[in-house]
Write a new protein. Structure first.
Ligand code: SF4
Ligand code: MSK
Length: 650
């Protein structure tokens, strides 16, 4: 047990790790141990496999060969590798967006019995923004034009991506000056791969600015489109209550877990799990009901719109199966361990893959076609009912941990809860920041990584931030970590927040930590920043705002893309483990210092979550000084570096 406690800060995970240890089942932590001595060249970005004169690896600090066979230096190799990581992360979010837009087109053309326009207000707002005619036209006609307009953004050859107009003018100017204005989505991803091919671009600064440009097609393209269209198709989230952690599984019900990222099938699974005919079949099989829950971002999608409980975050995908109570684990794309199907050897769980892009050896593949979404969802529920019959009650061990939470915070919801339903506005938030009741806003997002005790850094960082009156907004697995840690309730403000933030939370009844959705919903944080700038009083661009971002336990290429689009948008970002660029002192200096000249923000690497939170607070305090705002309204727990930090700003 002591060994397991070093692996996770979550007692439910610790209990399941213990079960895994007793059964001799390997988890990600064991496989990380087996990898000990991971390659330093890979970690520092110094290994190049872009042609087959290589692979080449170059040494740093003058040790070993200093160039690859083609003459590429450490700076070039590191920058090329980073650009490829950003392109891969961007491609994942953008391809997700493409599927959602295709589902919207299907709904608009009346080709699907399940996909409907459930967010008409968002549809009309987007139509107005993009100049799509609305007068005398049905929602479906408008939706068809919207889907076609957005699909064209993927293939756009010239001009800036439409959503870049949502950024303040200064950001748009910064991008133009740095040749970082994002063009078509597919064009940028494809250009990034071309630039990094053998013998193409070898200017490291040019490569890193291209990384900013391709990341921006993620933030303002794929991710923003996925968020907007999901709101149109599945409905706009509203604050709702739910619960999180493995204790949401039920011993007497058929348990189905959805895992991955895309809401197209999981949203239909919600309806299928409540279908009267299927419930009767489950009862006939001896189950008390059908319990749908989720892991990772598919979970966040169905939580935000339906209040479906969350079973866990990234590192709990294997641990959930260790409960012996999961009948079907339904996976789509991204963040799914290839190991999951191996668990079928120990447990009755059926792992079902569904995406044409992601098949898993050993799993059952039930191809998901949007046209047949309802039939597919029902087939999967029936798989789960059949698996329930094979469940071994002797192997069932469900931890009791289950925390209440409130989720469903969006740009629109924040303005409604602060300004009131009849005069939604960001004025109260800006006022609270200007007076110093709220010191600033921090986005804490991203994954788990077995290199860090699971959830520990998320919880420590977020507690330090709210203790210092910094309002925290969250997405992804970080939001799930804090949900399990009890921070996503209004009561958490009284327990953990500073006096100023407490006052605001008490007045409107909101938690000090706002769950804003899945990883693609980081775009909601960008549009919230745009609202704060537009409201006035906090500067005319994102880089003037007293805000900061962090991903303390990141592991995915998508997290690099997200961090890069925040930095390119003027929001400084602190991450737990360094980017894979430490092989080049030049690249580290460029990303942590020089890049500010282009975009007004920088990256920082800090594994200690408290020190990382304090870096964010220093940054927020500097921005407050630059804006001429007073210090926090109440005495603040952390202020020790503020004077030096402010002096550094000059
Ligand atoms: Fe080596 Fe250059 Fe080929 Fe990379 S591109 S593998 S550094 S020869
Ligand atoms: S799911 S990208 S582990 S946050 Fe979005 Fe979680 Fe990171 Fe996947």
């Amino acid at each position: 047990m002591a060994e397991q406690k070093r692996r996770s800060a979550d007692s439910a995970s610790v209990a399941m790790l213990d079960v895994a240890g007793n059964l001799g089942v390997q988890t990600a932590w064991d496989r990380l141990d087996a990898q000990k001595g991971q390659c330093r060249f890979g970690r520092e970005g110094l290994c190049c496999r872009h042609c087959f004169m290589g692979p080449c690896r170059v040494g740093k600090d003058g040790r070993g060969p200093q160039q690859g066979v083609c003459g590429a230096t450490a700076e070039t190799i590191v920058a090329r590798n980073l650009l490829r990581h950003v392109a891969a992360g961007t491609a994942a979010h953008c391809d997700h967006a493409r599927e959602i837009v295709r589902a919207l087109l299907m709904a608009a053309e009346g080709n699907s019995p399940v996909y409907q326009i459930r967010g008409p207000a968002k549809l009309h707002a987007l139509a107005e923004e993009y100049g799509i005619a609305r007068d005398g036209r049905s929602d479906r006609q408008i939706a068809k034009d919207l889907a076609e307009f957005l699909l064209a953004e993927f293939g756009r050859q010239d001009g800036a991506l439409a959503n870049t107009r949502r950024a303040p003018e200064q950001q748009q100017k910064n991008w133009a000056q740095g040749a970082a204005t994002p063009r078509g989505i597919d064009r940028e991803v494809s250009t990034a791969l071309h630039m990094t091919a053998m013998g193409v671009d070898n200017d490291p600064e040019h490569l890193l600015l291209a990384a900013a440009r391709v990341a921006l097609v993620d933030g303002f393209g794929g991710s923003m489109i996925a968020t907007d269209v999901s709101d149109v198709l599945f409905g706009q989230p509203k604050p709702l209550r739910a619960s999180a952690n493995l204790g949401v599984l039920k011993a007497d019900e058929v348990n189905i877990l959805v895992h991955g990222h895309e809401p197209t099938l999981s949203d239909v699974m919600v309806a299928a799990s409540r279908d009267a005919e299927l419930l009767a079949e489950a009862k006939a099989a001896g189950a008390a009901g059908i319990n749908l829950a989720g892991i990772c971002c598919t979970a966040n999608e169905v939580l935000m719109r339906h209040g479906v409980p969350i079973a866990g975050n990234f590192l709990q995908q294997e641990l959930a199966l260790m409960t012996g109570a999961v009948d079907v684990m339904l996976v789509d794309v991204q963040c799914v361990f290839p190991s999951l199907a191996e668990f079928e050897q120990c447990f009755h769980t059926r792992v079902v893959s569904t995406s044409p892009k992601a098949q898993f050896r050993g799993a059952k593949h039930i191809a998901f076609e949007e046209e047949r979404a309802w039939d597919t969802a029902r087939q999967i529920v029936r798989e789960a009912i059949a698996a329930f019959g094979r469940r071994d009650p002797g192997k069932v061990a469900i931890p009791h941990e289950r925390q209440p939470l409130i989720a469903g915070f969006t740009r629109e919801v924040v303005s409604e809860i602060l300004g009131g339903r009849y005069r939604p506005s960001y004025r109260p938030l800006n006022d609270a920041i200007q007076t110093g009741r709220i010191r600033g806003v921090a986005g804490v997002v991203g994954c788990n990584n077995p290199k860090f005790p699971q959830d520990e850094s998320h919880l420590a960082m977020v507690k330090e931030l709210i203790r210092n009156d910094v309002l925290v907004v969250q997405t992804g697995c970080s939001a799930i970590a804090c949900a399990k840690g009890g921070l996503l309730t209004p009561e958490a403000a009284m327990q953990h927040a500073g006096e100023g933030l407490q006052e605001v939370c008490r007045a409107v009844g909101m938690p000090p930590v706002l769950h804003c959705g899945s990883c693609v919903d980081n775009s909601r944080i960008l549009t919230t920043c745009a609202e704060m700038v537009a409201e006035g009083g906090l500067g005319d661009s994102f880089d003037k705002l007293p805000v900061a971002g962090a991903a303390p336990e990141w592991m995915s290429e998508k997290a690099i893309a997200i961090g890069m689009y925040f930095v390119a948008s003027g929001v400084s970002v602190v991450i737990g483990q360094s980017l894979p660029v430490e092989g080049s002192a030049w690249a580290v200096d460029f990303l942590t210092r020089e890049i500010e000249k282009h975009f007004g923000a920088t990256w920082s690497f800090e594994p200690d979550p408290i020190k990382a939170a304090q870096l964010m607070i220093d940054h927020i305090d500097c921005k407050r000084v630059e804006l001429g705002l007073p210090a926090s309204m109440y005495p603040v727990p952390y202020a020790q570096k503020t004077v030096e930090a402010v002096a550094a700003v000059g």
